[in-house]
Design a protein around this ligand. Structure first.
Ligand code: ZN
Length: 188
């Protein structure tokens, strides 16, 4: 069990495009195992490799939907197709999203209702998931991480301003800030 430090917004690895995974070896399997440990300790429903300082195109996810179905897996070199994002204002109650790289904060954001994820698992097998609702949101959020995009980059101006203010106040938004689940206890 290894819980890794989670990089906080401002660290360059979170704001760059990650590289394709080309080597499926024990080191990759160990990274994925540590990412699951870290995601569970946080706790979170998804974690992308750049969030633990590794600029590779992979993320893990763990989500139980309203029908009690567990969606848990590793998406390596994913592709994502999404339906058009609805226009209009996001709903604070039902569309607020958070990110372990901006810990303790949540802001409303519109996302596509449906998404198709196609990716490779640790065994090198290609799989596809047709997702809707919150699972589709998780995939969009995690996929963005691989392109160096944080959800804060997509917020409307008012919420973007609020997020920027929190980063400044916490001394974040600069390189090499991180927190470790179970070690660092962040105030909300
Ligand atoms: Zn995130």
């Amino acid at each position: 069990m290894a819980v890794l430090p989670i990089r906080i917004s401002g660290d360059p690895v979170l704001h760059e495009r990650a590289s394709e995974v080309t080597i499926f070896d024990d080191a990759l399997a160990a990274l994925v195992a540590d990412m699951f440990d870290t995601m569970e300790a946080a706790p979170g429903v998804g974690l992308a490799a750049p969030q633990v300082g590794i600029g590779l195109r992979l993320f893990v996810f763990n989500w139980v939907d309203d029908d009690h179905v567990l969606w848990r897996g590793t998406a390596i070199n994913p592709e994502l197709w999404i339906t058009p994002t609805p226009i209009g204002e996001a709903d604070e109650e039902n569309e607020s999203e958070g990110c372990l790289s901006i810990p303790g904060e949540r802001y409303p954001l519109r996302r596509a209702e449906r998404a198709i994820l196609r990716a490779t698992d640790l065994e090198g097998q290609v799989f596809e998931i047709i997702a809707e609702g919150w699972l589709a949101r998780i995939f969009q959020h995690e996929y963005d991480h691989l392109d160096g995009i944080l959800y804060a980059d997509r917020l409307d101006p008012i919420h973007a301003k609020a997020a920027a203010k929190v980063l400044r106040k916490q001394g974040w938004g600069v390189p090499e800030q991180a927190w470790t689940p179970g070690v660092d206890h962040l105030e909300d």
